[in-house]
Structure formats: structure tokens, C-alpha cells
Design a protein around this ligand. Structure first.
Ligand code: PLP
Length: 395
């Protein structure tokens, strides 16, 4: 059996999305900037997708800009505002648990003399709104806080953050890459000025995303070149991917209730079985369904090396993750787990399972059965190892 429990890293393309995209590779392949019929058809399709995406997040279509994905949208939002407002102030507020697309962009700005406040989070991965209010300064130009965390699934109080930002006249950017498809997004209600989304987290194609940029927000273009996207984002439009992202958003919005309740019930069943049947496991992140992404389950398997468990699960046909996809392949403990108070050892014993709309109860059962078997084997090996080496480490 193959079980894909890594939907926070990426999702399977929905076949309906694939079908919508196909003609834009083979038949309607014109450059959307060309004036001839093929170009006009491509542009019309991109604009239709723009309209669908705008409706899904309660935005105006002309405020949606296509990018190459969540990473570019985050980079653009932060550097674009920083460059546009550098004479007004040089302070940005973000959190310690953002995706590297935000954190590394902020680090770059720090090296250019910007002051960045990284808000701490509690053991559930949630910020303290009072700390946010205390961190605001006269020279703060941007608050960039993710809607939901990719590793532990915590959902930030976006509505309240938006209100604080708006009252203080500070731009608010949110990375909603993980939230989309699971939570309703309304940029008006939440006073959001800039918002990042990515196609491949929503059963859409990879290499496409959007930046929502509210009309009038001062944010300089990030990609320089031609005049595509109203002179804001240069580069030939990736029409098939744009059409795919539009279709993926349409499907995600229309079946959000149904999909998220299916995913949530699988996830909750998984958690119940893991905690009941596998000893010495800690469930990380918010316990309250309202405060956690529907598919996310993050566990620390004490005394087991996460990478070893991950490799054994992989051999059993189960795809999970030892952190964010971007940091897998390194043995560095996750910055998110450290920020919620985990020790380095605990962080290195942690795996994330992210369930999606195509998963089934039989797959969850198979995963728990294998987890039980493999964790018990690895723990026995650790016990033997310690007996021989007298080491406090584990295999
Ligand atoms: N932001 C978050 C919260 C993510 O989880 C990811 C992907 O893992 C990204 C940004 C980057 O998105 P993309 O892969 O489209 O560049």
C-alpha cells in the first residue's frame, strides 16, 4: 500500500485541474501578451482564473498578481513594501515560526540595516496579541504573520492581527499558503493588505502562486522585465498553471466544508489511535480543532530518531515528513519546534503527518499499524544500543 500523508508539502493534482490545464499546453499555447487570437485567448483564460481566485478570497480581480509560488509571493510582499517605505520606517514585525520564505527574506533585510521583531509563540505555536501590540513602533511599516503554520498547523488570530495593523496604519501581509483550502479567506473582513497563496498546496499545479496586493498599497515590483501583470510582475504568464490554479481554487472553495470535514475526521481518528496505541508519544501543537489546520498531526516519538522512523515508514510505503519539506534533508532541529519549547532531541524525534482529501480510513489504519510495529522495533534497538555502549543517545 502507498500512503501519501505529506499533503502539507504538496498535494496530488486534482484530475479536474489537469483537464482544465491541458488545452493551454497543446492547443491554446499563445503568449498572453501577444495581440493575436492565440494570445488573446490565453489572456482571457488567465483573467478568468484571476476573477475566480479574487472571488474565493473576497478581493478585486485587479489586485491579484500571478507569481511562481508562495516563496516568490512572500519575498515580493516583504521586500516590495520594505523598498517602497524605507524612508518612512525600517521596522518589520513577524513571528519566530514563519516559513523560511519569510524568515530568510527578513534576515536579508536585517543585513541591510532593518530591524525585525520575531514574535515568540506559546507551546501551541500561537502569538500573544498583547506582545504584538507592544512591539508596534512609530517606524513599523509591515506586520507579516502566517495564517497557519506548516509544521504544527497552528492557526493565528488573523482577524485580530488585521484589526491591530489597520488601526495603527501598518500594512498587514499574511502567508496563507497552508490555510487556503482548509479555512475561508476574506481579505476585506480581516483587513489584509497583502496575501500569499500557492497552487500546489491546493491540488493545483506547482510553480504558480498569487500575491494579493490591495489597491493603493505601496509595494515595489520584485521581478523586473516586461510589463506583464500591470507592470508589477515581469515574465511571460504561465497560462496553463494559472488556469490550473484558478480551477484548484474554485474546487477548494466549493467543496471546502466537505473536504475539510473528511480530512479532519481522518486526522482525529489517526491522533486517537496513535496516542492510545503507541507509548511515549507527544502530540505537538494546538489540541483544539478550531486552532489547528484540519489535516495536520505532529508527534514526537520519544527516544526514536525521526529520520530513522521516516526512512522505515518510507520502506513501508508511507510518505510523511520530519518537518517542513524545505528543511528535510538536513538534520537541523526544526525552528518551529524549538520555538514552541521542544528540546533539540525532541525536535529530532518528531514527524509530521498531513492528511488530504484523497486519503482513506484504510490508509490511516495501515499507517498506525506500521508506526506501532516500527517504533517498537526502533525502541528495542535503542535499548540494546544503550546496553552495549552505555550511551544516552539512541539509534
Ligand atoms: N509558505 C508556507 C507556509 C509553506 O508551507 C510553503 C511551502 O511549503 C511556502 C510558503 C512556499 O510555497 P511554494 O512551495 O509555492 O514556494
Amino acid at each position: 500500500m502507498l500512503v501519501y500523508a505529506d499533503n502539507a508539502s504538496t498535494t496530488q493534482l486534482d484530475k479536474r485541474v489537469y483537464a482544465a490545464m491541458a488545452p493551454y499546453y497543446t492547443d491554446i499555447y499563445g503568449n498572453a501578451s501577444s495581440l493575436h487570437v492565440m494570445g488573446r485567448k490565453a489572456l482571457a483564460a488567465a483573467d478568468e482564473a484571476r476573477g475566480v481566485i479574487a472571488r474565493c478570497i473576497n478581493a478585486t480581480a485587479s489586485d491579484i498578481y500571478f507569481t511562481s509560488g508562495g516563496t516568490e509571493s512572500d519575498n515580493w510582499a516583504i521586500t516590495g513594501v520594505a523598498r517602497a517605505l524605507k524612508d518612512k520606517g525600517r521596522h518589520i514585525i513577524t513571528t519566530a515560526i514563519e516559513h523560511p520564505a519569510v524568515l530568510n527574506t527578513c534576515k536579508d533585510l536585517e543585513s541591510e540595516g532593518w530591524d525585525i521583531t520575531y514574535l515568540t509563540v506559546d507551546s501551541d505555536g500561537l502569538i500573544d496579541l498583547a506582545e504584538l501590540e507592544r512591539s508596534v513602533r512609530d517606524d513599523t511599516v509591515l506586520i507579516s504573520i502566517m495564517w497557519a503554520n506548516n509544521e504544527i498547523g497552528s492557526i493565528m488570530p488573523i482577524y485580530q492581527i488585521g484589526r491591530i495593523a489597520r488601526e495603527r496604519g501598518i500594512y498587514f501581509h499574511t502567508d496563507a499558503v497552508q490555510a487556503a483550502g482548509c479555512l475561508a479567506i476574506d481579505v476585506e473582513r480581516c483587513n489584509i493588505d497583502l496575501l500569499s497563496l500557492s497552487g500546489h498546496k491546493l491540488y493545483g499545479p506547482k510553480g504558480i502562486g498569487i500575491l494579493y496586493k490591495r489597491r493603493g498599497v505601496k509595494c515595489l515590483p520584485y521581478m523586473k522585465g516586461g510589463e506583464q501583470e500591470r507592470g508589477q510582475r515581469a515574465g511571460t504568464l504561465n497560462t496553463p498553471a494559472i488556469v490550473g490554479m484558478g480551477k484548484a481554487m474554485e474546487l477548494a472553495c466549493s467543496s471546502m466544508q466537505e473536504d475539510s470535514s473528511h480530512v479532519r475526521s481522518l486526522r482525529n481518528y489517526f491522533i486517537t489511535r496513535v496516542l492510545a496505541e503507541i507509548p511515549d508519544v507527544v502530540y505537538n501543537g494546538p489540541k483544539d480543532d478550531e486552532l489547528r489546520l484540519c489535516g495536520n498531526a505532529n508527534f514526537t516519538f520519544n527516544d526514536i530518531k525521526g529520520e530513522a522512523l521516516l526512512a522505515r515508514l518510507d520502506m513501508a510505503g508511507i510518505c510523511a515528513s520530519s518537518g517542513s519539506a524545505c528543511s528535510s534533508g538536513t538534520t537541523e532541529p526544526s525552528h518551529v519546534l524549538l520555538a514552541i519549547g521542544a528540546t533539540e532531541d525532541a525536535a529530532l524525534s518528531t514527524l509530521r503527518f498531513s492528511w488530504g482529501k484523497y486519503n482513506t480510513i484504510a490508509e490511516v489504519d495501515y499507517t498506525v499499524d506500521k508506526l506501532k510495529e516500527i517504533s517498537s522495533e526502533l525502541r528495542s534497538a535503542t535499548t540494546l544500543f544503550k546496553q552495549f555502549h552505555g550511551d544516552d543517545k539512541y539509534v
